[in-house]
Design a protein around this ligand. Structure first.
Ligand code: MG
Length: 213
């Protein structure tokens, strides 16, 4: 059931229909308490795009983005090497960002999302729009609160779901302030195996039942 350390699988985002965001990641560790994945700068991936395949402009408002027909294009993950820590059943993961050029630790990114679901090619989740960013010195801030409000306004989340998402974030913030796991655990000193190459995007990145190949 668990994936072998050193193997490669997909981490994918999907909501109602097709996979809209997919990247191959290296399995650092996988077990009953924790799944650790590594996303290296330079990794080819699939991402939501404008209908003509160009990147979605960062400043395009959330509600405008939602009106676009779904298009998916090839992209490359750049800039940061990312260690992803996800515990089973928790509605978030914690990502440690390290500058790929300098090796400097950039901070923790808490991505609020559905608990990871195991599929043939790897793991699927659903993004919850709201995030938290934690500076290396422990100062934290909510991220994308405006987008979250916009998502709630069009019924992407019910009031009950929105409350649960925010409550999950509040629990994480309590952990940040107490330096609870994983914030005081030294993961910023973790380094990937130098023998690991950059994974390629498998042909079956959007299949459900296949294994990564
Ligand atoms: Mg997010």
């Amino acid at each position: 059931m668990y994936r072998q350390p050193g193997s490669i699988c997909m981490l994918r985002y999907r909501r109602l229909g097709p996979v809209t965001f997919a990247m191959p990641v290296r399995v650092v560790d996988d077990g009953s308490d924790l799944t650790m994945l590594y996303l290296a700068a330079g990794t080819p991936m699939k991402a939501r795009a404008m209908p003509d395949g160009t990147p979605v402009p960062r400043d395009l408002p959330y509600l405008e983005r939602q009106k676009l027909p779904i298009a998916i294009a090839n992209r490359v993950w750049t800039t940061n090497d990312v260690l992803i820590l996800a515990r089973p059943g928790e509605a978030h993961d914690v990502r440690l960002f390290r500058d790929a050029a300098t090796g400097a630790f950039r901070g923790w990114y808490v991505n609020l999302q559905d608990p990871l679901r195991r599929v043939g090619v790897g793991f699927d989740t659903v993004d919850h729009v709201l995030d938290i960013f934690v500076e290396p010195d422990g100062r934290w801030r909510w991220k994308d609160e405006d987008e979250f409000a916009a998502a709630c306004s069009i019924g992407r989340f019910s009031e009950q779901e929105a409350n649960a998402i925010r409550a999950e974030g509040e629990r994480v913030i309590a952990g940040i302030e107490a330096e609870g796991w994983p914030f005081g655990a030294g993961y910023e000193h973790w380094r990937p195996d130098p023998a690991w190459n950059i994974p390629s995007l498998p042909h079956n990145w959007d299949h459900d039942d296949d294994t990564y190949s």
